[in-house]
Design a protein. Structure first.
Length: 533
């Protein structure tokens, strides 16, 4: 009788609900391996490579003047034939002068540089050109430089490699009149460690930051950065103005809510977190949009990892409020386990048992919480959960084990060479105990799931925006100078290992494998559980 009731329950769960459960499980695993080393602005991402990164990844970097534009016919959308090109004369060498000289690009009889130019640009304009693969040199598409840009690029070479001293230079170019320089300054902050930003505190200008935050015309990603910076240098009076935005209805100003919340709490401390609980985390008669609750959770993760303004125990208290809302509980379970808060064990077991079609997706993260918990009660609780829903426990084991392997691949510390041993005991984590709790049947099923994933063709991802690049026919143009030069526009060309940053390759390789596992597991999750009776 019990089995029939359980089968009927699962038959009532729609495929969309089951898919959401699976996606949330994947995101839980990903969250566990991607929240450790936060950048300066954990709420924003770099728009593109910084000038410094691009120059570092190139063999030759020059400031060049356009002396001959592309033929007008070649710029037409209906044009057939090779990509349009312009000719450039080197004005200044930033890197690789010996290589440029060897290529015949310097001296009184210097040759001009031919590079793909997809727009009609005025003759005499200045551009940044980057090249790889000497001695022939394949050139990137030119990057337009303003009147001050060449001097800006020269200064980059003398800056410290990292630290507050480096950021102090770029701070002067935030929201600069030259958009190219303003974007580069933002990108430098976006990739810097948060500790470097805190080191800049005494040199920051809170009045400027607040003015940019309150200006809806400022790009949302940049406003997130400015809110993060204001949290470092602002005052209690500044917190009052941020609170006005949080309580207001201006949707344009509330873009970047996660960073605004983090800024407010950083300035106000635990007292400010009480107000965030009221506004975004406590169930009330007023419906709180999911996006706002999620923004609050993101801010709390930052506060728990990167600041000491609010004790982590107080941050956990706020997160635990969502356990009283079954449809939102899955957002915070992984955080509780990662920060080793085992006080919610009984509440989570009850939540697992009472889950219905509306919040069935909560079961997998709860199962992983139980596996991570070192308390003896967690072992007994996990067995009871397995009796209620063995499939959820199995799926949790599979994906959590995969998350652990990807964490090791990314940070290079968790995976050890055969024969290496750990020195001393380590604390259990959300994924450490996965392999020890699998039943024999679960282990076999996990192996089968991963075997399916290996049969799926690799998925390639492009990290940076490529809207400004022209696609080419790989069969007809592979290996041609045009194709190779085009691929270097603002990003290094794919397939050149010596140009790419190794960390970025590993990270995106891990993401590609995650996609493979998602595809394989989706087949299993979406498989019908039986015909309704």
């Amino acid at each position: 009788m019990h089995t029939q009731q359980r089968n009927h329950f699962f038959q009532t769960i729609t495929r969309s609900t089951r898919l959401r459960a699976f996606v949330l499980l994947v995101m839980t695993g990903i969250h566990l391996v991607t929240t450790m080393n936060l950048p300066a602005c954990p709420f924003c991402s770099a728009v593109s490579l910084t000038f410094t990164q691009e120059i570092d990844q190139s063999e030759v970097a020059v400031v060049a003047q356009l002396v001959e534009g592309p033929d007008a016919e070649s710029l037409k959308p209906t044009s057939q034939g090779p990509l349009p090109k312009g000719r450039f004369k080197i004005v200044e060498i930033l890197k690789g002068g010996d290589l440029a000289e060897a290529a015949g690009l310097l001296g009184p009889d210097a040759e001009t540089i031919e590079a793909i130019l997809l727009e009609d640009k005025p003759l005499g304009g200045m551009f940044l050109l980057l090249a790889i693969e000497p001695p022939k040199l394949f050139w990137s598409s030119p990057i337009t430089l303003g009147p001050e840009s060449a001097a800006y690029l020269r200064k980059l070479q003398d800056l410290p490699k990292a630290g507050a001293g480096r950021l102090a230079f770029f701070q002067d170019y935030l929201e600069y009149s030259d958009e190219t320089m303003a974007r580069d300054a933002y990108d430098e902050f976006a990739v810097a460690p948060y500790a470097d930003v805190r080191g800049l505190r005494d040199q920051m200008h809170p009045e400027k930051l607040l003015a940019w935050i309150e200006n809806p015309k400022v790009q949302s990603s940049r406003r997130r950065l400015y809110a993060t910076m204001l949290g470092v240098c602002g005052s209690n009076q500044d917190a009052d103005r941020i609170e006005a935005i949080l309580r207001g209805k201006d949707s344009e100003l509330r873009v970047g809510l996660d960073a605004l919340i983090a800024c407010f709490v950083t300035l106000r401390g635990s007292r400010g977190l009480d107000q965030i609980d009221e506004l975004f985390l406590t169930k009330s008669d007023k419906e709180i949009p999911f996006t706002e609750t999620y923004a609050a959770v993101m801010a709390l993760r930052f506060l728990g990892e990167e600041t000491e303004i609010v004790p982590r125990a107080r941050v956990l208290e706020s997160l635990e409020r969502l356990l009283d809302q079954p449809k939102l509980a899955d957002l915070v379970i992984a955080d509780l386990a990662r920060w080793e808060d085992w006080s919610a064990l009984a509440k989570l077991e009850k939540l697992f048992a009472e889950a219905n079609a509306d919040n069935i997706f909560v079961r997998e993260p709860i199962a992983n919480y139980m596996k991570a918990c070192p308390l003896p009660e967690a072992v007994d609780a996990l067995e009871r959960l397995r009796t209620i829903d063995p499939e959820a426990v199995r799926r949790a084991a599979t994906l959590a084990g995969f998350a652990l392997s990807q964490s090791a691949a990314v940070d290079g510390t968790a995976l050890r060479e055969s024969g290496d041993e750990d020195d001393g005991a380590t604390k259990p984590s959300v994924t450490d105990s996965v392999d020890t709790v699998l039943t024999e049947d679960e282990a076999v099923m996990e192996h089968e799931d991963l075997a399916i994933a290996k049969k799926i063709a690799p998925v390639l991802a492009d990290e940076d925006a490529t809207d400004d690049q022209i696609p080419t026919d790989s069969e007809s143009s592979e290996g041609s100078p045009d194709a190779q030069a085009t691929s270097h526009s603002r990003t290094p060309p794919a397939g050149r290992d010596e140009i790419f940053d190794r960390t970025r390759i590993v990270r995106w390789g891990a993401w590609a494998v995650i996609v493979l596992i998602v595809a394989a597991m989706a087949r299993i999750v979406m498989r019908p559980t039986g015909k309704p009776g």
